[in-house]
Design a protein around this ligand. Sequence first.
Ligand code: NDP
Ligand code: OXD
Length: 304
Amino acid sequence: MAILYLSTPERGAIFRAQLAEAFPGLPFHEGYAPDPAAVTVLIAWTCPPETFTAHPNLALLISIGAGVDQLDLSAVPGHVTVVRMLEPGLPEQMAEWVTMAVLALHRDLPTYIAQGREGLWKSGRNVPARARRIGVMGMGQLGLAVLSALKPFGFPLAGFSRRGTAPEGVEGFTDLDAFLARTDLLIGLLPLTADTEGLFDAQFFAKMPRGARFVQAGRGKQLNTTDLLAALDSGQLSAAMLDVTDPEPLPSDHPLWRHPGVIITPHVACQTRAEEGARHVVAVLRAWQAKAPIPGLIDRARGY
Ligand code: NDP
Ligand code: OXD
């Protein structure tokens, strides 16, 4: 067994040290393996599709992120076990970022920023939290952390997922139209799959109450940007906050940057912490070697 690691050198140094302690003598190659046939484990955030043909004995792929779509699973041979990152910092940071976005849109921050640029002092009407119905799409580890962080504010909370199973105090939905009809502020936290690509489009926004707000922290390819801009310009949506875009980085002349109703952050909602991430990798390798249930295992058929 040999490991090929493709990510930042800072994180690599920590992964190398923790793996050497847990698996003394296990080869750990950063960026390049002198004997590609010896590589059985790949640890990466993303990589070119040729990586999979260049390392014919690859059997385990560990994503450095909570999502795996950035690895282009269609290029990964079917027999390869794919695992995602599970580390406590991810739900913690996502809960922070979404809380910031929800409060920013709930309290009309994009409007006040735009007015501020014009030197305009003009107050709007505050809406109480109990009158702003929030809907979270995706009730996985991140969606659930977000719902729990939003609870103390008093927003009516709902969640949508394939199963629709929701925690106490949250209304669970599997019927998308019913979910959208009751959602004034929507949070996208879905994995990118064939079912979710391009999901956020004109038809989708039209099913929400007029003037609804949109927060997107899943993946850029889920959003039709042209339709988002049109929905904002028509007043169907009143504001949006995005952490993910298509493409990334978003080109500096992209109209999304200039729209007064949009706030963008450069895919920073979560960043995998090296120490905790390395601990997860050790746990995955131990489970894989012992043929025990692997934490963070991806269902290749579902795509998440
Ligand atoms: P999980 O796999 O834990 O949860 C995914 C959730 O989405 C589940 O509730 C699942 O439903 C639901 N879901 C998946 N497909 C559908 C569908 N077609 N219709 C309805 N519900 C669906 O993922 P995480 O919570 O860990 O992460 C979610 C995504 O967030 C990641 O895949 C990644 O793309 C993105 N992400 C973004 C980050 C950022 O920095 N912006 C950081 C980390 C992740 P069910 O429970 O019924 O299976
Ligand atoms: C992730 C991400 O998937 O940062 O972890 O987007």
